[in-house]
Design a protein around this ligand. Sequence first.
Ligand code: NAP
Length: 288
Amino acid sequence: MALILNGKELSQTLRAEIAQQVADFIQKTGVTPCLAAILVGDDPASQVYVRNKEKACAAVGMKSQLFRLPAETTEAQLLELVDQLNRDDSVHGILCQLPLPKHIPEKVILDAISADKDVDAFHPTNVGLILQGRPRFLPCTPFGIQEMLKRYGIETSGKHVVVLGRSDIVGKPMAAMMVQRGAGADSTVTVCHSRTKDLASITSQADILIVAIGKPKFVTAEMVKDGAVVVDVGINRTDAGLVGDVDFAAVEPKASAITPVPGGVGPLTITMLLGNTLKAANYKLGLN
Ligand code: NAP
């Protein structure tokens, strides 16, 4: 029986800690940390994500502002809003909910968000700082995974971490974080993707297997070493409901620890966004 890494429970613990830190911050500075969220168009999933982010801010005592723009918004109009938020001293964190409508190049918008307010850690400056081992912000999903490994006391030093998936949001930053020196890292890292040959021979060498590919139940028992720690980032909507990228029922008996879907990695992502927003407010006041 594998240890179930309960992201929902951990998320509640972390949010209680952040709420206390926010209260202390407000008492000390008289400033309430504020997250500005930009939502362009009416993608239903994005609307749910943004609403959840707003609720989460309120629950830990932070402010949030939602900027809803119609799908026809031009690149120039969106850049103008980003510029306005960059210059607004009462806004500490800015996020632009992805995906954007096709006519707006995401990179241009993400690059325009001030690196000091880039709580998603997508800005090239922040990505570079992560790679150099002196991060300002960590991207929320990999940050949540690393925090989970730490809080559950899972040894990462000298362990072979195999990251399956090389997205800019999860796979690449996850790999960059695990290879750094220090607590929750110091791992030997292999990154796999769709061009990787003989994938199972590599994943089955993993002490810690982190999967983010967006393919329901892709990782089977044969791909996992006995006693491995398995972290499933996948969120796939199927007829049978939400499933991860890992075949949980088949892999769980082989693993020493595993994240469920839902209730594993998912709840931690917004929690880390709250932590990043508080951090951004601290930066703004020169408290970091
Ligand atoms: P993505 O941008 O969709 O990229 C998928 C990655 O998986 C790519 O690097 C791709 O390789 C690789 N891949 C696809 N098929 C593969 C195969 N058959 N064998 C090996 N590699 C394969 O990924 P993402 O944005 O990181 O999302 C991945 C999953 O995580 C999705 O289910 C998403 O919903 C979920 N997710 C969850 C959270 C959360 O829990 N909060 C956050 C973000 C994402 P190539 O690069 O070669 O194409």
